[in-house]
Design a protein. Sequence first.
Length: 234
Amino acid sequence: MHPRAFFFTALGGAAFVLYSVGLVYGRVAIIIMLFYLTPVWSTLIGCYVMGWRSPPSRLLAIAFGLVGLAIMLGANGDFPLPRNIGEWFALLSGMLWSVSSTGIRSGTGMEATEAGFVFVLGACAGALVLAPALAPLPVEIDVGPAISWGIGAGALWWAVSMTALMWATARLEPTRIGILLMPEVLVGALSGAMLAGEHLSRIEMAGGALVLGAAALEIWSTKKAPDQSPVFDS
């Protein structure tokens, strides 16, 4: 296995662990929208690092996304920076996922099942680093339910959905991957409101609308101009 392939795929797993932990420490809707700025980061990486051509409408999408980010984070009159560890994790996870998906798209030569396994290894490594730093180990724990939930989440989420994600990531442009994952924004906002009693202010909703508008502009720009990103052999 090429070291580059291993690194970028494992990095994706670590990024998703940061995202998952961010949901524990921050408001669900804000965490999700911060993560799903990935089309902005992917476009910037593709344009300025990889040298991929981007139409003007895609650059406009970047502006929409960054303005939306500033509005969401500055909704309370504060300087537009993440306000807690959950928001920092969400922002960082989106950036890392953009780097990972760009590296995978550039050609890792890995099969979906192999990539899924390496992805999980990266996630486990990230969790092992974060867990001791964020909270002490539990003295007492009911092992049975913990194992059941772990097996269920591992089989349904990591094993099935992440293998499918790895398969798609190797075949689609990184920005489009971020767009296709964005229905989670709506589902997450609704579930956060119904299950956790979370509500967004009007200013935060306006910023979120701009982030979603950036995604809409990206879809439009992709339809107007076919994918120009090259694929390299590993």
